[in-house]
Design a protein around this ligand. Structure first.
Ligand SMILES: C[S@@+](CC[C@H](N)C(=O)[O-])C[C@H]1O[C@@H](n2cnc3c(N)ncnc32)[C@H](O)[C@@H]1O
Length: 377
């Protein structure tokens, strides 16, 4: 079991709580590490971002521009409703929103005039940064910021990039034919893992519903919050699409013999590690997304799978019809254009983000769904 430093403000709070009230589930520990209102990793203003991680959004605006093409097509599939709510959850500081709206404003003014972009970010500090960045669009009425997804989405699309991998997970271990849950306790004043009975029968249901039987000695994560999230999204969406971009697998692969220890990782300074207790609140914690669970729990509130492709297939399909015109700015030199082409490769090459990331699209109440991004399937 990993030893731990207690030298972050959050570590001291968590240790105090465990001393007073007993061990917490790993899911609870992870929730505090990422989202504690004051000391959570994602609760602070985004200053360390590039120190720990970057996402497709940061590689090049072409990522947002190609997504915008897909959203414009979804709007057409829905017969051009106005407003069309485009709800981005986990919008961070609003970079992707900025790229998408800049493209729709200049390239598809017809779509832009119906577009209502809702940038949803739970961190107050990041939401403030987002509002500063998108001040012009907010003043113009084409965008709003929120801490939660709208209660009702009559027509539109909800989407997220690298959101669901940052949802807290329960961790279990199969031992002597039974599942136990990983709790976080204190031993000699350091955080220590302890195996205890499952905190909720929802964990047993989670694996059973997907036909997953863990083998002896296997550790795994159960992403119950993702299940609750997608089911709630399906309830709130009346007509439209849900688009998830993240790294992960179908359940049959996520829980196979190649993943005997699970997929949870801690990121610090671009280094992945397994010491989840080294610096609570100051390290990113993330687990691979289970696409089977998203589909199954989505179906419980009416979301049907349209397709699931790699990010490479998705971006290639959307870009090839226009020779990736969205890569370039007017008046760029040949060197700048070459640099843009190299950055595109990061997004689509298998060894970059192209094959590791997948795009799942679900729909509700849509009769016509020939989406270009899924044309490869
Ligand atoms: C890994 S970051 C990704 C940010 C952005 N989507 C990108 O691609 O650069 C995850 C973001 O989701 C936010 N977040 C986590 N849970 C959320 C929730 N339930 N609703 C809205 N935002 C959430 C976090 O605060 C954080 O800013």
């Amino acid at each position: 079991m990993p030893a731990a430093r207690h030298d972050t403000p959050l570590a001291a709070l968590l240790a105090d709580r465990i001393r007073r009230r007993g061990p917490v589930t790993f899911a609870e520990y992870m929730r505090e590490c990422l989202y504690h209102p004051l000391h959570g990793y994602y609760s602070r203003a985004e200053s360390r971002r590039f120190a720990d991680y970057y996402t497709s959004v940061d590689v090049h605006p072409v990522f947002g521009r190609l997504l915008a093409r897909q959203f414009a097509e979804m709007w057409e599939c829905l017969e051009k409703p106005s407003p069309f709510l485009l709800v981005e959850a986990g919008a961070g500081v609003g970079r992707l929103a900025e790229h998408i709206m800049a493209w729709t404003e200049t390239r598809r003014p017809d779509f832009h005039s119906s577009l209502r972009y809702v940038a949803v970010e739970r961190s107050n500090a990041r939401r403030k940064q987002l509002c500063d960045r998108l001040a012009k669009q907010i003043a113009a009425g084409s965008c709003e910021s929120a801490s939660e997804i709208p209660a009702r989405i009559p027509a539109g699309c909800l989407f997220w990039n690298e959101l669901l991998d940052a949802f807290p997970v329960h961790r279990v271990v199969m031992q002597a034919g039974a599942m136990s849950e990983v709790y976080v306790n204190l031993r000699d004043e350091a955080f220590a893992e302890e195996l205890l009975p499952l905190s909720t029968c929802a964990i047993t249901e989670y694996f059973a519903a997907q036909g997953i039987a863990l083998v002896e000695g296997q550790s795994a994560e159960a992403g119950l919050e993702v299940c609750d999230w997608i089911r709630e999204v399906g309830r709130r969406l009346e007509r439209g699409f849900v688009l998830t971009i993240d790294y992960g697998h179908e359940a049959s692969e996520l829980y196979n013999e190649l993943h005997m220890r699970g997929t949870l990782l801690v990121y610090d300074n671009h280094c992945a590690g397994e010491d989840f207790y080294a610096a609570p609140g100051e390290q990113d914690l993330t687990a691979h997304v289970n696409f089977t669970a998203i589909e199954q729990w989505g179906r419980r509130s009416g979301l049907e799978r349209v397709g699931n492709v790699s990010q490479a297939e998705f971006l290639m399909a959307l870009g090839k019809g226009n020779d990736f015109a969205d890569l370039y700015e007017a008046g760029q030199s040949e060197t700048e254009r070459l640099r843009a082409r190299l950055l595109l490769k990061t997004l689509i090459f298998p060894e970059g983000m192209g094959e590791r990331f997948r795009v799942l699209i679900q729909q509700k109440g849509v009769s016509r769904t020939g989406l270009t991004g899924l044309a490869g399937i």
